[in-house]
Write a protein of this length. Structure first.
Length: 206
């Protein structure tokens, strides 16, 4: 009877340990990955004699039960990157590592302009891909270094759409051009006006 009670207690302890591990393991993995990145950044800084800034938006499973957490360029990114650039000596070069699917145009534009204004040499490193806003930021550098199979995506502003999530601005303009102004709905015309302004804004930035 005593052995059965001990066995039952052991199973209970194992069960709660397993539950705790399920909750914490994604966070532990993320912390290990962050530490590995920091070590790599320190090595690059030593080799390049430059300040290394990174913006990495891997779609990692770091939340509860490993549910994916999707990351894009946002205002929080621009605040952190601008702070890093401004606290770097004007005489110190910057190496900017970018891995992102893009994101908010305003945030990407802020980062690109701040990077461009830094007096010392600016190098952007793209190990895998930089899409949309990531490409905009890369174009602000003096030098772009890419893996042989890395890619840059088009700088295409997106217009929010309740049904589809987002639509490329140029696609809206192309649809209106093909169908004609008289054959599209008022809502589409409004989106076309917004799209025109968004495209012009990007062209002015570039």
């Amino acid at each position: 009877m005593e052995a059965l009670a001990l066995w039952s207690e052991a199973i209970g302890i194992f069960f709660w340990f397993f539950i705790l591990l399920v909750f914490l393991w994604p966070q532990i993995q993320h912390r290990l990955l962050q530490n590995a990145r920091l070590n790599l950044i320190r090595r690059i800084e030593g080799k390049e004699q430059a300040r290394v800034v990174s913006m990495i938006h891997r779609q990692e499973r770091i939340s509860l039960f490993g549910i994916p957490l999707y990351r894009y360029i946002d205002i929080e990114d621009s605040e952190q990157v601008l702070r890093a650039i401004r606290t770097t000596s004007p005489k110190v070069p910057i190496c900017f590592i970018i891995h992102t699917p893009g994101g908010l145009v305003l945030a990407a534009a802020q980062i690109a302009l701040a990077l461009k204004d830094h007096p010392a040499k600016k190098k952007v490193i793209i190990p895998h891909y930089a899409m949309s806003g990531g490409t905009l930021i890369a174009l602000a550098a003096d030098e772009i270094v890419m893996d042989p199979h890395a890619v840059l995506g088009p700088v295409d502003p997106q217009i929010a759409d309740p049904a589809r999530g987002s639509i490329p601005a140029v696609s809206i303009l192309k649809a209106v051009e093909r169908k004609g102004i008289d054959k599209v709905e008022d809502e589409t015309l409004i989106k076309a006006d917004i799209a025109t302004k968004a495209v012009k804004h990007i062209e002015d930035l570039i």
